[in-house]
Design a protein around this ligand. Structure first.
Ligand code: PLP
Length: 228
């Protein structure tokens, strides 16, 4: 039995402590509880402890949970790889998407977002360490994609997301987060809707908070280890 309530309290305390040291307000940070491969019971336990934002990586797995937990006021974040044939499900069921990295996907999400819903909040995933196998756009092509998304009626461009390669110590963890923060800052000069940095997971949240994260995506530290 995973102690979700206790884990969540520990994560909140860590966010408050690091934010204070960094001279930031904890209220400027949103923890997204990443519930992939955990069941509805775990999500409900976190919800009962006050958690409102949840992140999912797999569309088919997420749809069942979203349906079961409907009408409670949960904010759903899609943080997984996006296949073209899943964009409609994403556009109609989620409030945020963190992993947009190409025009084709952005265009489909905008077109498929129901007119009755507010614009879908979008972060662009940046391949911040230039890893050949990893999703995300290269920094040099970012401005063009950002302008493209900004012009789409069904989407609201909110900011940037990254998933750096793992590093052991906080000083090295901070470098890619600082690079993402710099990219967001320069985008923000022409695109004022950019107010979000989605960065930091269970193993590097302190580094991300220090570099200006506004959304932390935390799985293991809240729900415990996942099945492999
Ligand atoms: C799984 C996942 C997380 C959460 O990772 P933890 O190390 O369990 O906190 C965050 N972001 C993305 C994109 C993920 O896939």
């Amino acid at each position: 039995m995973i102690r979700v309530t206790e884990n969540l309290a520990a994560v909140r305390l860590e966010v408050e402590n690091v934010a204070e040291v960094a001279g930031r307000k904890a209220s400027d940070l949103t923890v997204v509880a990443v519930s992939k491969r955990h069941g509805v019971d775990a999500i409900q336990a976190a919800f009962d402890a006050g958690q409102r934002d949840f992140g999912e990586n797999f569309v088919d797995e997420a749809l069942g949970k979203i349906d079961t937990l409907a009408d409670q006021g949960i904010v759903w974040h899609y943080i997984g790889a996006i296949q073209s044939n899943k964009t409609r499900d994403i556009a109609t069921n989620f409030d945020w998407v963190h992993t947009v990295d190409r025009e084709k996907i952005a265009r489909r999400l905008s077109r498929q977002r129901p007119a009755s819903m507010p614009a879908l909040n979008v972060c662009i995933q940046v391949n911040i360490d230039n890893e050949p196998q990893k999703a995300g756009i290269d920094a040099e092509n970012l401005a063009e994609l950002a302008a493209f998304i900004d012009a789409l009626p069904g989407l609201q461009l909110r900011g940037l997301m990254c998933l750096p390669r793992p590093r052991d110590d906080e000083a090295s963890q901070r470098a890619p987060f600082r690079a993402l923060a710099d990219l967001a800052k320069s985008l923000g000069r022409t695109l004022p809707s950019v107010d979000t940095l989605s960065m930091g997971m269970s193993g590097d949240m302190a580094a991300a908070i220090r570099e200006g994260a506004t959304i932390l995506r935390i799985g293991t530290a809240i729900f415990g280890a996942r099945e492999p």
